[in-house]
Design a binder for this molecule. Structure first.
Ligand code: BG6
Ligand code: MG
Length: 215
């Protein structure tokens, strides 16, 4: 079996919370008075909350002190958590659920590999709190993507060596993290524009022929 485990990124792969992150950061950038756009937002994919603020502030002067940064980080998370409240199992797309169910039925292990500290509450709201064989997220890592830590931890939790893991990612930083972990990677959404991954998925169901034909 080539792929014994599939490690899914969460925001922008399993669910469209990447849009919520974008909207919340836009409010913060407006409040600070710093330019923010889709290209900058794409650089925040997979990156921790704190590092995301540093990227947004790259072109800003005067520099913010730690207390001011803390204020904006908390405010961004409050705005984001407010948006998450609307989410329910109906926000889990049929394609994502069907793809994961099919993989699971083949005996393949499924895990989450996300930089987010909100991953567990999101999974709960989608009705997926007990669905994955392992969850590795922002609460169990000290370095976010592109560092491989989050995926290496997921493979450790599953007890499956990296060479048997396939990562599904929408972030450039996430694809780089997968490659640094010596794992194969399937890019999705924005991730397909970098041509860095082993596979590009046009739709999430494209994962099935890739995995099942190689197993
Ligand atoms: C990643 C997102 O999944 O989680 C990033 O792609 C986000 O945009 C990061 O910054 C951290 O998320 P959170 O929920 O801990 O602020
Ligand atoms: Mg993502």
């Amino acid at each position: 079996m080539k792929y014994k485990a599939i490690l899914f990124d969460l925001d922008g792969v399993i669910c469209n919370t990447d849009q919520f992150h974008y909207w919340a950061w836009q409010q913060i950038a407006d409040e600070i008075g710093v330019h923010f756009d889709e290209n900058i937002n794409n650089r925040l994919r997979g990156v921790s909350r704190k590092e995301s603020l540093d990227i947004i502030l790259e072109s800003h002067s005067p520099k913010l002190n730690e207390a001011e940064k803390e204020y904006y980080l908390n405010k961004k998370n409050d705005l984001y958590r407010g948006l998450l409240k609307q989410m329910s199992p109906a926000d889990l797309s049929a394609e994502v659920k069907e793809t994961m169910d099919r993989l699971k039925s083949q005996g393949i292990l499924l895990a989450i590999g996300s930089s987010s500290k909100n991953a567990r509450p999101i999974l709960k709201q989608l009705g997926l709190e007990n669905y994955f064989h392992a969850v590795s997220d922002g609460t169990n890592i000290s370095r976010s993507k592109p560092d491989p830590e989050v995926f290496l931890k997921a493979s450790e939790y599953l007890a499956i060596a990296p060479e048997f893991c396939l990562v599904v990612e929408d972030a450039k930083s996430g694809i780089e993290a997968a490659l640094a972990a010596k794992m194969d990677c399937a890019a999705y959404g924005n991730g397909t524009s970098y041509n860095l991954a082993h596979y590009n998925l046009e739709k999430i169901t494209d994962l099935l022929p890739i995995v099942l034909s190689r197993n």
